[in-house]
Design a protein around this ligand. Structure first.
Ligand code: HAM
Length: 418
């Protein structure tokens, strides 16, 4: 017996409709916002993530699935979707398309994290990346798309938190202020934070260790260090969200776990699924396209964690529309009848009716049991008599009534009753 690797999941036949539903809603929302699908490889050259996601992040430092392929190249399973989307944008010359270029993806991502509820090693994301637009309306549109996705799933109890982490100019000043603040506390910080102090002071605000959290609570706020341009941009984004009735709280502690962000960052958080409450995260990344070889291009995006959203929907009793069940099941009494049952099912499928018949050469009793399990709405038994008369009794499983229907008229009969 083999087991699936730790931190991965199987989707069973009676659960897959939930995934199809979430993905379908994601595609609907993308269509509403004029966003087109892209697909990038499951693996990329490691260098892309080192450059794109950032050397100082946990994702790159500790969590990547990296290996050498048989040609001696360093390959990494994508830990997120943004870096690959940016590479696709640059490599395929989308820079010369009319802007903005709006893209989305539904993908697995791989992170070697300690698995727990809502934290997987193979996770699933619906991500959106919008290239080429720097207006505050773009930030508001990205946030609005994420919010529409969550709303359309009928998920409540999710809080939108936003922040601005500024641009290169104001960040440099803020980093210096953070260092000034943390310097006297260095000996009380965890080893990770002591490294962060040197490499990426912003990440000092994101430590989960209690002692570090306590010290970070009093740290200066980025919002007091924003340059005029970043301040104006953030104010305009907030105003647009206010005008659209999208509720949010400003949380100056959101710094995000990936290095590419500039200006607006945001997270949708729930308290109903335990410690891993972030169901969606994103932000602006105006420096990333040029960082990986493209022309300077502003960009913004988000990724919603589908595993966590599903967990949240199940935890809070959000109804997921049931999967399409079998509409008619044909049982066959003997070899000849089974052939007829097969042919009737094939014929109805051509008309778009979800039809099934026996494939197991089972007794009538077992066939009826199976039909019941599939939830079939109608059941028809074919035997010698039916073959002779060219008709069968179609039983409505909901109310137990049945009617004799000619083989050639089954579609007409069902089409008014399904
Ligand atoms: P992220 O915050 O790392 O951002 O991930 C986005 C979402 O993926 C999280 O909010 C969470 O719901 C889900 N997620 C992350 N890690 C796990 C895990 N181990 N298990 C289950 N779910 C997880 C990004 O990935 C950015 N690329 C988002 C983005 C797109 N920013 C701009 N564009």
């Amino acid at each position: 017996m083999y087991n699936k690797p730790k931190g991965t999941r199987d989707v069973l036949p009676d659960q897959s409709y939930k995934w199809q539903y979430i993905e379908c809603v994601a595609r609907e929302v993308a269509a509403l916002y004029g966003i087109s699908e892209i697909r990038t490889p499951t693996f990329e050259y490691t260098e892309l993530f080192r450059r794109g996601v950032g050397e100082t992040t946990d994702v790159v430092n500790k969590e990547m699935y990296t290996f050498e392929d048989k040609g001696g190249r360093s390959i990494t399973l994508k830990p997120e979707g943004t870096a690959g989307a940016v590479r696709l944008f640059v490599e395929n010359g989308l820079e010369s398309c009319p802007m903005p270029v709006k893209t989305y993806y539904i993908t697995s991502a791989f992170r070697y994290e300690r698995p727990q509820a809502g934290r997987l090693r193979e996770l699933h994301q619906f991500g959106v990346e919008i290239f080429g637009a720097q207006s505050p309306e773009t930030d508001a549109e990205a946030i609005s798309a994420a919010s529409a996705f969550i709303e359309r799933l009928k998920i409540k109890d999710v809080r939108l938190e936003i922040n601005s982490i500024g641009c290169k100019t104001c960040r440099a000043e803020y980093n210096a202020a953070l260092k000034r603040y943390f310097r006297p506390h260095l000996d009380k910080l965890c080893a990770n934070c002591r490294t962060r102090y040197e490499t990426n002071p912003l990440r000092l605000l994101d430590c989960k260790e209690e002692d570090c959290k306590r010290i970070a609570a009093e740290a200066p706020s980025i919002l007091d260090y924003l340059c005029d341009d970043c301040k104006t941009h953030f104010a305009a984004v907030k105003q647009l969200l206010d005008e659209e009735g999208i509720n949010y709280v400003v949380n100056p502690r959101i710094v995000r776990g990936l290095d590419y962000y500039t200006k607006t960052v945001f997270e949708f958080v729930s308290s109903a699924i335990g410690a891993q409450g972030a169901v969606c995260g994103g932000g602006r990344y105006d420096g990333l396209v040029s960082e990986i070889g493209g022309a300077p291009t502003p960009a913004i995006g988000f990724a919603a964690g589908l595993d966590r959203l599903l967990l949240l929907m199940e935890a809070t009793g959000v109804e997921i529309p049931p999967r399409g069940v079998t509409q008619i099941y044909f049982a066959g009494m003997d070899a000849e009848s089974r052939k007829k049952a097969f042919s009737l099912a094939c014929g109805l499928r051509k008309h778009g009716i979800r039809a099934e018949c026996d494939l197991m050469e089972r007794s009538l009793k077992s066939q009826m049991k199976y039909a019941d399990k599939t939830g079939a709405k109608f059941v028809a038994v074919i035997g010698g008599d039916e073959l002779a008369k060219g008709e069968t009794n179609i039983k409505n499983m909901a109310d137990g009534t049945s009617s004799a229907v000619k083989f050639g008229e089954i579609y007409k009969y069902l089409s008014t009753r399904l």
